[in-house]
Write a protein that binds this ligand. Structure first.
Ligand SMILES: Cc1ncc(COP(=O)(O)O)c(C=O)c1O
Length: 460
């Protein structure tokens, strides 16, 4: 088949002078497929029981959009559905509608946050939104931040900056401290930074899952005795398994006395700090040198959406800037690809900005506080004679049947997760302190009180 080269061009790329009819048709069709899938959620449940999707690889000649659409549908209908009210397993809430649009706009613009000349308005947007966050957290004018694709990368940006600031970039005795309940990705950070397990030191947690300050002090003393050099202490604001918050005030004072960089991993709980929701332990965040906030995990900004705020933006510049010899910019312009590990970066800030603008502070507070209300409802009504509960002030709760040995409870959680899934409730089964738990993450705005009572009926 011969295709008019102009026509083919219009089918492959947006036109700069035509009416983009083909693109409009396809966008419309895509919207319809996605919206239909959302609407089918009730009968489909959170996770397809059978994944029928088969991956087809590129052929010699390109395929028609009709063929592609049948493959797209198959892909979509074999996907996890975060919109279903029974999706309570992970930190992956339903996407805010406006942030879906944000992703579409970012894809359409295809700008690059590497350099100002590739994203003049969006670079400004990212700088301004990070500044807004740093003001909200109580940082001074020297603060600023950078978006990254996920919490792991934001934490890594922070740790590399902390080590650099301490002048320990090639010191084998450089260590950082986390609590034993901190996220597993810190081990990954260690590997990327050329450090070993030896350089990652774990501090005990207390019965509430918070970093134990007595053990922290002992650990610091021991590090100094062994001539280890601490470049950062990481406080977790919302642990992955139970949403515990490390004592930031106490850790901050210790860091201040000893001139150690305090990083707060607020991937889960950091976003609560921009609201007036009273949560024990969320204060004094401006004691930190850096804090990670991941609006993808609870606010519903589509993945990925993470920002790192630092109290002194110059530290990020000194750590990461190499110069961009292939980019021409005025001397007063600072290219934001020089502030972190990633080079080319998508305009993820657009969906965060739109999400915040569309919700407003009241809407943000409503979304976040409703998640805590759901956790409280679930926690108050889960039968305490049957289960040991592990929770904190946020929206996450893990539990385990009482009076079972490890083998029995591991089996029980496995079977229970499967049986709940058949009833369209998806909980997760994390391994924690060498046992498998069931975990409910109640950040799903679509989950009603009635849904929670339904789930409780299946557990109590
Ligand atoms: C406390 C905490 N920190 C960091 C991360 C890593 O975030 P991401 O998956 O966005 O890289 C997670 C992920 O769940 C987390 O729970």
């Amino acid at each position: 088949m011969t295709v008019d080269p102009i026509d083919k061009k219009e089918k492959l790329f947006p036109s700069y002078n035509g009416n983009n009819e083909n693109l409009l048709i396809l966008l419309n069709k895509t919207s319809q497929v996605i919206c239909k899938w959302f609407s089918d959620g009730e009968k489909l449940g959170p996770l397809p029981l059978d994944v029928n999707f088969k991956c087809s690889v590129p052929d010699e000649y390109g395929n028609s959009t009709d063929i592609l659409f049948s493959e797209i549908e198959s892909l979509i209908y074999s996907s996890f559905n975060p919109v279903h009210p029974g999706s309570l397993a992970h930190l992956d809430p339903p996407p805010l509608i406006i942030s879906i649009l944000g992703d579409l706009i970012a894809a359409g613009l295809n700008n690059n946050l590497l350099a100002n000349e590739l994203s003049p308005s969006i670079s400004l947007l990212e700088e301004s939104i990070c500044k807004w966050f740093s003001n909200k957290l109580g940082f001074s004018e020297s603060a600023g931040g950078i978006a990254a694709s996920g919490g792991t990368l934001s934490n890594l940006n922070a740790l590399v900056a902390a080590r650099n600031k301490a002048g320990l970039e090639s010191d084998k005795n450089a260590v950082f401290l986390i609590s034993e309940d901190a996220h597993s990705s810190f081990l990954k950070c260690c590997r990327i930074m050329g450090l070993g397990k030896y350089n990652l030191i774990k501090v005990k947690t207390d019965k509430n899952g918070c970093m134990d300050i007595v053990d922290l002090k002992k650990t610091i003393d021991k590090c100094y005795e062994e001539e280890k050099k601490i470049f950062s202490i990481v406080a977790t604001l919302g642990t992955t398994i139970r949403g515990a918050i490390d004592p930031i005030y106490d850790i901050g004072r210790i860091c201040n006395e000893r001139k150690i960089w305090l990083h707060i991993d607020g991937s889960i709980g950091g976003i609560f700090a921009i609201t007036n929701i009273p949560i024990h332990g969320i204060s004094n965040l401006n004691f930190a040198n850096s804090i990670t906030i991941n609006p993808q995990k609870i606010l519903g900004i589509t993945k990925t959406s993470s920002i790192l705020i630092v109290s002194d933006i110059e530290v990020l510049k000194k750590t990461f800037a190499t110069g961009l010899p292939y980019v021409s910019s005025e001397s007063y312009v600072f290219n934001r690809g020089e502030l972190g590990i990633q080079g080319s970066r998508p305009a993820e800030i657009i969906k965060l900005w739109l999400g915040l603008r569309s919700l407003g502070l009241q809407g943000i507070e409503e979304v976040l506080s409703s998640s805590i209300e759901r956790r409280i409802l679930f926690e108050n009504n889960l039968n305490k004679d049957l289960y040991d509960l592990y929770s904190g002030p946020l929206h996450i709760i893990s539990f385990l049947p009482k009076d079972m040995n490890k083998n029995e409870s591991d089996k029980w959680t496995e079977n229970k997760r499967k049986s709940l899934m058949k009833k369209k409730f998806m909980l997760s089964r994390p391994l924690f302190k060498n046992r498998y738990f069931l975990r409910a993450v109640l950040g799903n705005f679509n989950t009603s009180e009635a849904d929670i009572y339904e789930l409780l009926k299946l557990l109590n």
